[in-house]
Write a protein that binds this ligand. Structure first.
Ligand SMILES: Cc1nc2c(=O)[nH]c(=O)nc-2n(C[C@H](O)[C@H](O)[C@H](O)CO)c1C
Length: 148
């Protein structure tokens, strides 16, 4: 699990909490860096140390500079997961998703928890772990939108 000091919510705390409760056998390593542009190398180091997958907990500020940083970060994570053949679940909260700070925290907590479970399932049960939910309009942090 890689998180940042830039983030305004300690998402890793909630992700670890849910994993401890639901999959206590899973061993979690945590690596905290200053910001999203420092995350890719941390994720690479965790994979080099033998982790089966990584969840990244990023926070993107509201300015255009922040958004460009996110683009660079996101491309780096895509390249890394392709090169390693292991999942890197990119949990990102965009600070402008809502103007309400309480709602923003709720989004961050919920997104981190739900994706931590997704990664745990993919690691422990493999490619069909989420197949039962395919096409169901799942959203993390916001209410699910449901199937059409
Ligand atoms: C502009 C900017 N925006 C963000 C952001 O939205 N989210 C984030 O986590 N970090 C940001 N940073 C910091 C960089 O990611 C990085 O930590 C520094 O450039 C040091 O390498 C920067 C510099």
């Amino acid at each position: 699990m890689v998180d940042t000091t830039f983030s305004r919510v300690d998402m890793a705390k909630y992700a670890i909490e849910v994993l401890r409760k639901k999959v206590p056998a899973l061993k979690v390593k945590r690596y905290t860096v200053p910001g999203i542009k420092d995350v890719a190398v941390a994720a690479k180091r965790l994979l080099d140390e033998g982790c089966d997958g990584v969840i990244t907990l990023g926070w993107v500020g509201p300015t255009m500079t922040d958004k460009f940083s996110y683009l660079a970060y996101s491309i780096a994570l895509q390249m890394l997961q392709i090169n390693y053949g292991k999942h890197i679940i990119d949990v990102t909260v965009h600070e402008d998703e809502t103007d309400d700070p309480r709602k923003l925290k709720e989004i961050a907590v919920q997104r981190a928890k739900e994706h931590a479970e997704n990664l745990a399932l993919l690691i422990l049960k493999g490619p069909q772990a989420l197949t039962g939910l395919a096409g169901t309009g799942q959203r993390q942090g916001w209410p699910d939108v449901g199937p059409l």
